[in-house]
Design a protein around this ligand. Sequence first.
Ligand code: R5P
Length: 318
Amino acid sequence: MKVFSGSSNKPLAEKVARNLNLKLSELEIHTFPDGEKRIQIKENLVEQDAVLIESTNPPVNLNYMELFLIADTIKGNGAKNLTLVCPYLGYQRQDHVFREGEGVTFKTMVKLIESVGVDKLITFDLHTIKIPEFFKIPVLHLSALPLFAAKIRELSKGIGIASSIDKRQTSNDTGSQTQNVILVSPDMGGIRKVKELSKLLFGVPFAVINKNRDLQTGKIKLTGIEGDVRGKKAIVLDDMISTGKTVAEAAILLRENGAMEVYVFATHAVFSKGAHELLQKSPIEKIYVTDTIDVPKEKYFAKLEVISILDLISKELE
Ligand code: R5P
């Protein structure tokens, strides 16, 4: 098997290759002065299985274009099967027409991914469970939730979560021991994931925030919380953090409503411009993300911790 990496998440690709006792296969990506790219593969791929690891985080259009060019070159060089590991799959937000006249841009991306010869897609924490239905090729939809559940249990000593969760597991306690923790979905769309996480944590209760987004400007407004967070340690779960406004404003609202502390778990650290500063200043104690997207050094901040999806990917490629 040959493993290739695009330029969006080389650190993760290198770790995956190492975990499989392989080296990344040689690939040259040359950018001409006008921005066009030339891709050259320096290995014999005829009848080989190939894997391409490339996330489509910002700069999303450049990373998507690079993905198409590399995938097409891999197939053009005779690879038998191409598995695309795209831990963060961009464009999912536009998965239907919100307002008359709009295009379903995610559908365009799907057509392009399939047209360059990708045979199978492995990806993480999709925006909705309907996303795989867009594809004709098989889609393996993995989740960081088991990693988050393990982290929350491990954290427990520090913030009093694990003890309550363990207690609940062993004695079926539904009383005071568990009442200090609450999972929170920052919008209605996230409830399904929060319920899954709750199951992994033996039924920790959850609340949901009402969030509206202005379709024209993209601005969000949090209007209230369904559930009682008073005196509790709130764990907000989201699929991604882009501007950081959703989780930062959720934390403010939770604290205003009496939550003692707020922690955030989100799979994809998109971190658009200014997000890291906003998150560091927010009333969030700690923010856990994964490495589906490579967080560059300049976007690291004290409250951030990155949990790796490495083992989950390696297991699927072995
Ligand atoms: C929304 O539906 C998503 O689940 C995220 O909550 C959202 O995309 C986060 O964006 P931002 O960080 O810009 O508020």
